[in-house]
Write a protein that binds this ligand. Structure first.
Ligand SMILES: [Zn+2]
Length: 150
């Protein structure tokens, strides 16, 4: 990807990371503990944001599409779990759709996930209403059971 304004190939991309630390500690009789020193630190589960900033001209770009955003807008990773509507589900109440989207807020994330769910239900694209996919949860990262994006 090159910056659409200046052609630069270097970008700053923000990410959320999860650090795992080990400590040397004394465990007290009441279950509390006192840490004495940090032993190991591991940075993992990197969740990149969906926009990048050009290092030359500060242009803010959507990584997936190349679209230019207003300065300061951040596209954050969200995991959205939706309940399939009764007219699509074989077993209503038991079938869910999980989407990994980028958005500026939770409401926008739900909206993007609902639109994606319809696109992924081609037999119902003409009749389905996006809001019939009921949001069950919205998490502010891309996560599966391992904490990583699928
Ligand atoms: Zn640029």
């Amino acid at each position: 990807m090159k910056c659409p304004k200046c052609g630069c190939e270097d970008f700053e991309i923000a990410a959320d990371t999860h650090d795992t630390c080990s400590f040397l500690a004394i465990i007290n009789d009441d279950g509390s503990f006192d840490t004495k020193e940090s032993l190991k630190e591991n940075c993992g589960d990197t969740n990149y944001h969906g926009n990048a900033i050009c290092c030359e001209c500060d242009c803010n770009i959507v990584i997936a599409t190349g679209e230019i955003l207003e300065p300061g807008v951040r596209l954050l990773p969200y995991s959205v779990l939706l309940l399939y509507p009764d007219y699509i589900a074989n077993e209503f109440g038991h079938e869910t759709y999980r989407a990994f989207v980028y958005a500026t807020c939770a409401h926008e994330a739900i909206d993007a996930a609902q639109k994606e769910a319809i696109r992924e239900s081609p037999d119902y694209t003409e009749i389905a209403n996006p809001e019939d996919f009921y949001p069950l949860s919205v998490l502010r990262w891309h996560s599966n059971m391992e904490g990583k994006r699928q």
